[in-house]
Design a protein around this ligand. Structure first.
Ligand code: ATP
Length: 212
C-alpha cells in the first residue's frame, strides 16, 4: 500500500466512563474506498466522529496526509481536506438547496459546483426548495453535495444509503463510484452492505473492536 491518506493507530474512545472503541487501527490509502461494517452500536459513528475531532475522550494516533491531527480542532481537520457527512446530515433545513451549497463553498467553487451537478443533476431542479422539504434520499444527496463544495480530498460518510428509496440509493452509489474513479479517498460506515462489493477493503467493528 502507498503511504496512507489516513492512518489510525490504537484508537480508544470513551463516553464518560464507558469505553466505545478499543485499540482500533485502520488505514485508507489515496484513492481507496474502504468500508467500515458493523451492527447498530458497534462504534462506526464514534470512529468517524473521532477522526473529525468531534468525539469525546480519545487516545491513540490519527494521522492524515502524514500529519498527526489528533489535537486539531474539527474545523482545521475540515480545512485540511477531510469532508464529513454525518448520519443525521446536519443540513440547514430552513434554507434552500442553493443556500446550503453556497454556505459550504470553499476553494474552486465553479468546478465543485460542476461536479455536484454532474453527480446529482436532480438537485439542480430543486434549487429553491428548502432542505427540510426534501425526501430523505434527496437530503442525503444534498449533504454529500454540500461536503463536496468544501473541496475535500477524503470523504467520511456515515450510512449514506440507510433508509433511502432504492432509486436514490443507485444514484448515490453511482456518485461515490464516480468520485472514486476521480481519485477521491473514502471511508464509508454502513451496516447494510450496499458498498462492500465495490470496496477496496472492508473492516468490521463489533462492540468497539475490529474483527477483520
Ligand atoms: P449506529 O449505526 O446505530 O449509529 P454505530 O456503529 O455508529 O451504530 P455508535 O453510534 O458509534 O455505533 O455507538 C457506539 C457505542 O457508543 C454504543 O454503545 C453507543 O451506545 C455508545 N454511544 C454513542 N454515542 C454516545 C453518547 N453520546 N453518549 C454515550 N454513549 C454513546
Amino acid at each position: 500500500m502507498s503511504l496512507p491518506m489516513l492512518s489510525i493507530h490504537d484508537l480508544n474512545v470513551w463516553y464518560g466512563a464507558a469505553q466505545a472503541l478499543f485499540q482500533v487501527s485502520i488505514q485508507v490509502a489515496p484513492g481507496e474506498l474502504v468500508v467500515l461494517q458493523g451492527l447498530n452500536g458497534a462504534g462506526k459513528s464514534t470512529l468517524l466522529q473521532a477522526i473529525m475531532g468531534l468525539g469525546p475522550r480519545v487516545t491513540g494516533d490519527i494521522r492524515y496526509e502524514n500529519r498527526n491531527i489528533q489535537e486539531w480542532q474539527p474545523h482545521l481537520r475540515a480545512q485540511a481536506g477531510l469532508g464529513y457527512v454525518a448520519e443525521d446530515r446536519r443540513l440547514f433545513t430552513g434554507l434552500s438547496v442553493q443556500a446550503n451549497l453556497r454556505l459550504a463553498a470553499r476553494g474552486d467553487v465553479d468546478s465543485n459546483q460542476a461536479l455536484v451537478w454532474q453527480l446529482f443533476p436532480v438537485l439542480q431542479t430543486m434549487l429553491r426548495r428548502r432542505a427540510g422539504q426534501m425526501s430523505g434520499g434527496e437530503q442525503q444527496m444534498l449533504a454529500i453535495a454540500r461536503t463536496l463544495m468544501t473541496s475535500p480530498r477524503m470523504l467520511l460518510l456515515d450510512e449514506p444509503c440507510e433508509g433511502i428509496a432504492p432509486v436514490l440509493v443507485e444514484n448515490i452509489v453511482a456518485a461515490l463510484l464516480t468520485l472514486k474513479a476521480q481519485g477521491m479517498s473514502m471511508l464509508v460506515a454502513e451496516q447494510n452492505n450496499i458498498l462492500t462489493d465495490c470496496a477496496d477493503r472492508v473492516f468490521t467493528l463489533a462492540a468497539g473492536q475490529l474483527t477483520t
